[in-house]
Design a protein around this ligand. Structure first.
Ligand code: PRP
Length: 186
């Protein structure tokens, strides 16, 4: 889905499809260099990171493995609660593995802080974070991602994996949603 398909529902595009692709290409080059000679396990955080995982991994010109975790913090609202639950754990034993967490957004930071700590207790060789988006003004806890795509303002954004009430994940770019959408509950 493109932004033109839902013109009445969005206020503005925050990151374009082309800018996302260019940035993923740049970051993939850094990852290739940083992990040269090391195995690499990408851990995607469902469901939001699906698009990032698909596109970042295809920019990487090397072997890697993928696994997935599902955690819950948001429910169907637009602000973070800080309550983290594991809905689906890894299938992989990460002992002695180089783990790169792949996330769509670092908002309050509570999810990624918790996740990094949790994975660090499992004896990995390393645990680092890639996040496509970061909201510096929304951070409630210190989290240091190794790779950040874009710093964005503290506004609720949808698209490229990010949802509102499970919709808009298939939007090709990242956008802010019109407030009317929040009030028109189906
Ligand atoms: C979103 C996002 C991150 C988290 C970031 O996931 O994908 O995992 O919130 O927020 P935080 O930095 O404030 O903790 P969400 O819980 O909406 O689940 P989803 O990926 O399934 O949409």
């Amino acid at each position: 889905m493109k932004i033109q398909d839902i013109q009445n529902e969005v206020v503005r595009e925050v990151v374009s499809e082309q800018d996302i692709d260019n940035k993923l290409g740049e970051i993939a080059k850094l990852i290739e260099k940083d992990y040269e000679g090391k195995d690499l396990l990408l851990v995607g955080v469902l469901k939001g990171a699906v698009m990032c995982m698909a596109d970042l991994s295809r920019h990487l010109s090397r072997h890697l493995e993928m696994d997935w975790m599902a955690v819950s913090t948001y429910g169907h609202g637009t602000t973070s609660t800080g309550v983290v639950r594991i809905l689906k754990d890894l299938d992989t034993d990460i002992e002695n593995r180089h783990v790169l967490i792949v996330e769509d957004i670092l908002d309050s930071g509570l999810t990624l802080s918790w996740l990094k700590n949790n994975l660090s207790t499992r004896g990995p060789a390393s645990v680092e974070i890639f996040t496509l988006l970061r909201k510096p003004d929304a951070l409630k806890i210190h989290v240091e991602p190794k790779y950040v795509g874009f710093d964005i303002p503290n506004e609720f954004v949808i698209g490229y994996g990010l949802d509102y009430a499970e919709k808009y994940r298939n939007l090709r770019s990242i956008a802010t949603l019109h407030p009317d959408v929040y009030t028109q509950k189906s």
